[in-house]
Design a binder for this molecule. Structure first.
Ligand SMILES: [Zn+2]
Length: 503
């Protein structure tokens, strides 16, 4: 629901306002013209207001700065959201019927991807066949991806679009496995309209979760969607757009540097991968994964990583280096140590930092490297019997937020869209299984508001509730967090002074 109380008029929110500033907690916040016009006692703000302000009494509920997600894949998530979801179907016949309806409503040649089928829940107890898909979609490329994400069936039209370079494509039977299934956006690049719909769906989702700003890991093709939506006045999220490092050369030729843009849409830094993931056993480790000799892989040599850092510095671009395994983190810090200006004015970051060793935490602090980390990973994989235990001998030493925080490093929290939900991440880290992972609610909230604003050089305009800053706010259902965050819900999201979500 979107509400307007008019640009010129005023809105006062009354509740438990946690400002993230020195005043700590106040009673009310005044919004005028999309900005915070005052913070303090309700009476005082009412006196100060011209005319009749609209008053929203939240009866003690908590008002925070809007969440800033420091690591998203917004359009990728949006594309997933707009895909036809087959998860609720009880038979193959019913699923094919649903897909057939979607095909009838599509333009010829439009690629249709449906997801989340699970033959074990179907009466027929079998996967769809290429022939069945050919029959219901004679004119459209059609792919049905299984719920696991690693297996799919394609019709003949879709198979014709899959380049020879992709492995594990059974063209005879239309069966796709692994990489090709996991990268459907690369195999079948979405149309401009699909990118736009995806971005819209993603923003809607972000509002539901209380997110008012994102630091997005985008592709150049995504930029058009952001700009279109902005022209239409529908980009009701602030995006700090990080592009692949490979674009750095072009950007520097144009003299475009990190920070170019404005409060709504801004060029961020350059993203680069140092290693893979723990799930795929490609994150680079010092000691092997459980039950074997595999130690993961480096995507760059030490020399080339050092060169990358040098380039980032030369181009005036913040670097966001994906490093997950302890060995990759070690390698990246070595490169930073050689290449960065002291005190790190470009605010270079490491993304994930999942398995850092203590000596490297200390090195990161010495160098002033910022850490963009995902508390969701604790919730997803860190429980006993979870993926970390399955893959790693020293599995308890993952995502050590508490320890890292204790050592005085700067951390911003993000979701990596797994899933996009600050509250899920906050709960995961506050109730983490191991003490060295755990943080207080107050610290964690700060790392989803103030800290990410600092990571994008925007601490002057957002990240706290302060006069003059942007009126991006989130209202949580609870009045205190003594019982933890278990029952907390997002009740209201305000972006630029406008209510963009109400539960
Ligand atoms: Zn990511």
């Amino acid at each position: 629901m979107v509400e307007n109380y008019g640009q010129s008029s005023s809105l006062i929110l009354r509740g438990r306002v946690i400002t993230m500033e020195e005043d700590g907690q106040v009673e009310a916040v005044l919004i005028e013209g999309g900005r915070i016009a005052g913070v303090g006692s309700f009476e005082k703000l009412q006196e100060r207001t011209r005319g009749e302000p609209k008053i929203l009494d939240l009866r003690g509920r908590t008002i925070l700065p809007g969440f800033i997600d420091s690591h998203t894949h917004l359009i990728g998530m949006g594309l997933e959201e707009i895909r036809l979801d087959l998860s609720g179907t009880q038979s193959l016949a019913a699923a094919l019927e649903m897909v057939s309806e979607r095909v009838k409503g599509s333009a010829p040649d439009e690629v249709i991807i449906a997801v989340n089928w699970d033959e074990s829940l179907w009466k027929e107890k079998r996967a769809p066949t290429k022939e069945e898909l050919n029959r219901i979609a004679p004119k459209n490329p059609l792919v049905l991806r299984r719920i696991c994400g690693h297996q799919a069936v394609a019709n003949v039209k879709a198979l014709a679009l899959i380049g020879k370079g992709w492995k594990r494509v059974d063209r005879e039977r239309g069966i796709l496995l692994e990489d090709v299934c996991l990268n459907l956006d690369d195999v079948f690049p979405p149309s401009r309209d699909q990118l736009l719909s995806a971005l819209k769906a993603a923003i809607k989702r972000a509002h539901r979760e209380g997110v008012t700003s994102v630091q997005d890991m985008a592709k150049p093709s995504h930029l058009r969607a952001y700009q279109r939506l902005r022209q239409r006045g529908e980009l009701k999220i602030r995006a700090y757009i990080n592009l692949p490092f490979a674009e750095g050369e072009r950007l520097s030729e144009l003299r475009l540097e990190t920070g170019f843009g404005d409060e709504q849409l801004r060029l961020g830094g350059l993203k680069i991968f140092a290693d893979g993931s723990i799930g795929a056993k490609t994150a680079a480790l010092f000691s092997p994964y459980r039950g074997g000799k595999i130690k993961g892989l480096f995507l760059h040599s030490q020399k080339s990583l050092t060169e990358i850092v040098r380039r980032g510095e030369e181009w005036n671009h913040q670097l966001l280096v994906h490093a997950i395994g302890d060995r990759a983190i070690h390698q990246v810090l070595k490169a930073y140590e050689k290449g960065i200006t002291s005190s790190n004015p470009l605010r270079h970051r490491i993304e994930h930092f999942e398995l850092a060793r203590e000596e490297d935490m200390e090195k990161a602090r010495r160098l002033g490297i910022l850490l963009s980390m995902q508390p969701n990973f604790i919730g997803n994989w860190s429980k006993p019997g979870g993926m970390y235990e399955d893959h790693l001998p020293r599995w308890r030493e993952n995502n050590q937020f508490g320890l890292i925080r204790e050592k005085g490093l700067r951390i911003a929290l993000g979701s990596d869209c797994m899933p996009l939900s600050p509250l899920y991440g906050l709960r995961s880290v506050v109730d983490a299984p191991f003490p060295q992972q755990r943080m207080t609610i107050a610290d964690a909230l700060r790392m989803y508001t103030w800290e990410p604003a600092y990571f994008s050089f925007e601490e002057g305009i957002k990240g706290s509730i302060k006069e003059g800053k942007l009126a991006d706010l989130v209202v949580l259902s609870q009045d205190n967090f003594e019982e933890g965050l278990e029952g907390a819900r997002v009740d209201l999201t305000i972006w630029g002074g406008e209510i963009v979500y109400r539960r």
